[in-house]
Design a protein around this ligand. Structure first.
Ligand code: SAH
Ligand code: SF4
Length: 411
């Protein structure tokens, strides 16, 4: 399978990786990810007069989130002096792109590096773009690693390093739009509304690395900015947050973020779900489904997506399918059957295709839409549950290549 690797690890082979303990230069505070009040405070802090604050905040918001600029110099309707002051005090630069891979099915995967926070190290996370007929979905990460240990998920084998900040969550959207050429170019007047049709990133799913409801405040802040009508303007109906079932945060997700919800269900009996999704021992299936029933704003046009990974001989019997339908009675729901994406040492296999179809049949006949999620980007390890793993392996390979190379040789 063809994989185009731009700026990838090959390029890095010649450079020694920075020691993890190296002192990092102090970063200027960022303006990305601040809400309007925080942005006003930041501007007041560099002397922008009180009477101008509203106007300046609106101006910044437009440049940052409608036009997608990453350099103050491009803010054309801001005076040169103010631009210089802003650049002295703040940054709006994008994180470093370590690699960009394009799958033969058009899926793209980026590895981004974010600077250290406090005494920590730089961290790397992955974001995936999946183009489809008439829409494009960006799969965004919320944490580096995950505290949970779902048995079929590779991310779950990597310990939590830290939560991503609101800026880092938003940056994944901004930089993906940069790379896809999805921000408006040319002579559009600086304050013109930019139409949302024809965009490449139309949907956001919080289904990358990490459990978004264990990083609630930062995820909320980032998603409220992403859905702000004067900025990135992504409709909340096109933003889906996926959770393994952090029950106490589900009602807040509806009330405070208002996005669509996806639940990683994966089993219809508590004994099995305890094994596959161990957070079930804390909040079981009944508690989870109660929280779903109470999710604000549900109706037939706004349904909860239940994700169900198809594991051969584990959760894929037709009795399981019938039980699933029974359990979801009364909840406006879609069921998303996900063929298991294998990874070395997972101990699971993907169900046979005929079994997945037979399972889908039971669910369809009960009146539920149950699309089978086509695996995308498997050749670049961009599919569900595969994130981070390959980049870690590549790093190990790079290190081995570096160690094997005689001093001074670059590959
Ligand atoms: N932590 C959140 C969101 C990230 S996981 C959650 O668990 O919902 C996104 C989806 O990918 C989840 O439904 C997860 O169960 C699924 N997934 C994880 N590993 C997978 C694998 N190896 N194959 C297929 N789907 C997987
Ligand atoms: Fe974490 Fe979600 Fe993977 Fe479970 S499936 S380990 S919650 S990322």
């Amino acid at each position: 399978m063809t994989v185009i690797d731009i700026d990838g690890p090959d390029k890095r082979r010649g450079t020694s990786p920075a020691p993890a303990t190296a002192a990092q230069p102090a970063e200027k505070p960022t303006l990305i990810g601040l809400d309007r009040d925080e942005l006003a405070q930041a501007l007041a802090g560099i002397g922008v007069p009180e009477r101008q604050l509203r106007m300046r905040v609106a101006q910044m918001w437009h440049w940052l989130y409608v036009r997608g600029v990453s350099d103050f110099a491009d803010m054309l309707n801001v005076s040169k002096d103010l631009r210089a002051q802003l650049a002295d005090a703040f940054t709006i630069a994008r994180p470093e792109i370590v690699s960009e891979q394009i799958s033969n099915d058009g899926t793209r995967k980026w590895l981004f590096r974010f600077p250290p926070r406090g005494a920590g190290r730089p961290v790397e996370i992955e974001t995936v773009y999946i183009p489809e007929e008439g829409r494009g979905t960006l799969c965004v990460s919320s944490q580096v690693g995950c505290t949970l240990t779902c048995s079929f998920c590779h991310t779950g084998t990597q310990r939590l390093v830290r939560n991503l900040t609101a800026e880092e969550i938003l940056s994944q959207i901004l930089i993906a739009r940069d790379r896809l050429g999805d921000f408006p170019h040319g002579e559009t007047p600086a304050d013109a509304a930019v139409p949302s049709e024809g965009r490449l990133v139309t949907n956001i799913v919080m289904m990358g690395m990490g459990e978004p409801l264990y990083n609630f405040d930062n995820v909320k802040k980032a998603l409220l900015i992403a859905s702000d009508g004067d900025g990135l303007s992504l409709s909340k109906r096109r933003i889906t947050l996926s959770t393994s079932g952090i029950v106490p945060e589900i009602a807040r997700t509806g009330a405070e973020i208002g996005c669509m919800l996806a639940i990683s269900l994966h089993a219809v009996r508590d004994d099995l779900r305890d094994e596959l999704v161990p957070i079930n021992k804390k909040w079981n299936i009944a508690a989870l489904l109660d929280a779903c029933r109470a999710y604000p704003g549900l109706n037939n046009a706004r349904r909860i997506t239940f994700e169900y990974v198809m594991l051969k001989g584990v959760n894929d019997s037709l009795a399981d399918a019938r039980k699933l339908v029974q359990l979801l009675k009364g909840i406006p729901a879609k069921i998303n059957l996900i063929p298991f994406n294998p990874w070395p040492g997972s101990g699971h296999e993907c169900s046979d295709w005929e079994q997945i179809e037979a399972f889908a049949d039971v669910v369809n006949k009960a009146g539920y839409a149950s699309p089978i999620r086509t695996p995308r980007g498997r050749d670049i390890f961009a599919a569900c549950g595969q994130l981070k793993s390959e980049s870690e392996r590549m790093r190990a390979r790079d290190r081995a290549a570096l160690e094997a190379a005689p001093a001074g040789q670059s590959a």
